[in-house]
Design a protein around this ligand. Structure first.
Ligand code: SAM
Length: 285
């Protein structure tokens, strides 16, 4: 099968199957061989790797992954793409396509069956409408993972990478940086896709930490504090945390904890580092 990273080959497949793009599935197919090469090299795929691809589309990146990995499992929600994938991937015997919603698949079971429970790599040009639930689902379910190398909306990649004191800093930055080291590896303009998305894109690699970079007694509690702090960005941390009913914290408790941490009672959540949120969660636990 011809390389689908070349635009004419993708167009030929789309015409052969009279394929209709589904906007609701975030379908923007890659048509740029240098971006595809960049993703594969950033993911450092070797013949030892079992790779999970989310949303293979017509199989463009899947072809590249099949060439470099030992085994590829690709989960695609759109049933109209399944016969196309059978055709475009027919010459590979190391690819399994699963017609399912990635948010409903038991990924830990796939890792167990395909890789003996050893960590896999995730590589994807993600459907942008579910970027956060996919990433958080992978991290929070503690699926054995080495890294996640993904195409996401440029603005979302920026949010994952920044630290305190910038407008993009928020709950997603802290969640990602608790589980992994983020690195943006490429910026990708809309003309690298068919159809063109209305936003810029970026490839980001998230390398999973073996152990979290900060000490936390109760992860759930720390993330509840983080969510409450950023829910009301304009409020001080004291008002944000005491306003969140589910946390059951009093003003006095929060102010005393901040004092012990040598922070002002006027501080806002967006000024705290991950380290400080971890400490705050231990102080308030
Ligand atoms: N990998 C292909 C490429 O790079 O050309 C396609 C990428 S496209 C941005 C996203 C793909 O994810 C589409 O094929 C879409 O049908 C699929 N998709 C959308 N929602 C999904 C879900 N919940 N589970 C699995 N696949 C999904």
């Amino acid at each position: 099968m011809a390389n689908l990273g070349i635009p004419q080959n993708t167009i030929a497949v789309l015409q052969k199957y009279n394929f209709n793009f589904q906007k609701r599935f975030g379908q923007n197919f890659l048509i740029d061989t240098s971006v595809l090469d960049r993703i594969i090299s950033a993911a450092e795929i070797t013949k030892d790797d079992c790779v999970l691809e989310i949303g293979p589309g017509i199989g463009t990146m899947t072809q590249y992954l099949a060439e470099s990995a030992r085994e590829v499992v690709a989960v695609e929600i759109d049933k109209n793409l399944i016969p196309i994938l059978e055709d475009t991937l027919s010459e590979y015997d190391n690819v399994t396509v699963i017609n399912e919603d990635i948010l409903k698949v038991d990924i830990a079971k796939i890792v167990e069956e395909r890789n003996g429970g050893k960590p896999i790599k995730v590589v994807a040009n993600l459907p942008y409408y579910i970027t956060t639930p996919i990433i958080m689902g992978l991290f929070e379910s503690h699926v054995p993972l080495k890294s996640i190398t993904i195409m996401v909306q440029k603005e979302v990649a920026d949010r994952m990478q920044v630290g305190p004191g910038t407008k993009d800093y928020g709950a997603l930055s802290l969640a990602v940086q608790y589980y992994a080291k983020p690195e943006i590896v490429a910026n990708v303009p809309p003309n690298c896709f068919i159809p063109r998305p209305s936003v810029g894109s970026a490839v980001i690699r998230l390398t999973r930490f073996e152990n979290p970079p900060v000490e936390v007694n109760d992860e759930k509690f720390m993330f509840a504090l983080i969510r409450a702090s950023f829910n009301q960005r304009r409020k001080t941390l004291v008002n944000g945390l005491t306003g969140a009913g589910d946390l059951h914290l009093t003003k006095e408790q929060v102010i005393a904890a901040l004092e012990r941490m040598k922070l002002s009672p006027q501080v806002r959540g967006e000024a705290l580092t991950l380290e400080q949120f971890a400490l705050l969660s231990r102080e308030l636990d």
